[in-house]
Ligand binder design. Sequence first.
Ligand code: TXA
Ligand code: MG
Length: 334
Amino acid sequence: MAEVTTSAASAATALATGHVAALPTETVYGLGANIEYPEAIARVFDIKERPSDHPLIVHVAPGADLHHWVSQIPATAATLVEAFWPGPLTLVLTKNDRVPVSVTGGQNTVALRSPNNPQFLAVLDQLSELTGTPAAIAAPSANLFGQVSPTTAEHVQQGLGSRLTSADVILDGGPCTIGIESTIVLCREQDVVLLRPGGVTKDELANIVTIALSEDKPASQATDQPRVSGTLESHYSPTAQVMVVESANEATHLLTGQAIDSSSIGIIALVSDEIELGTATELARPNDLNAYAAQLYAALRKADDLGLNTVVAVLPPNTGVGVAIRDRLQRAAN
Ligand code: TXA
Ligand code: MG
């Protein structure tokens, strides 16, 4: 059992000595290892039961010199770092020899992000002081592979606590403010390829860089496709069956129909969706897209805590962060 703490120093010490630390970010909690420790990286894969060819995101300080980990910095990457770091945007770049292939799933690219969370940033600062080199923390979401990402320290403790040792640490930073994972882009000189929708929206990106149409991908990439585990068809799944519908009417139809017992159903929908609930349980009734993202994963977990059979989620509009919410719900439903 790991210690749950609010001390960034404890987390930095654990990482500096080759242990793992679950860390809060603005998106979801990550299960972190210092990339200098191959055994710690291996433990992260073990603890999560993650296949070893699924690469990890490496978290660095917002002002760090990326040349430390990357062989070349395309113009798009410099622009995006300037605009969005620290923040929920992950950049895939060509790695150099300091980044072990165990972190990148054998690929020659590395995914880098600077999380916008004061405790995580304090851990990065303190870790680089302790080790005397720029800190780089590999951290996938702190959940078992394929399950719902954690947005509180308690979720991490429930899901992974028994797999952590007393030298590992869970840093409690309260609930994640954004609540769904970062946007991932592959950076090229002239444009970027959107690999996973997330906390930074397509419009926000398109304001400052060119986004390649997916058909635009060069032939080289068709064979050397970056692997993005968050894009597996089934992912982010609770035990309860997730059903997605496009409208409040469809949800009402399901709940009031004869086909299912509505008392075993939980509902996730914007508060503006007028639904006849019957005996169904409200899991989350967010009042806008940001609240929807922030509440989504806790709501899916709550369905399991309550022993519900089914979650009916009314998909939000396909705009802004709604794109990422729909992506996660559709994968949870798969
Ligand atoms: O918001 C987030 O991104 C959170 C927090 C903890 O930072 N992390 C996260 O990690 O979602 P994870 O492991 O659940 O998802 C990382 C994603 C995977 O889909 C992985 O395939 C992709 O990043 N990824 C990592 N390295 C990559 C690379 N070199 N090329 C393409 N995709 C990569
Ligand atoms: Mg994940």
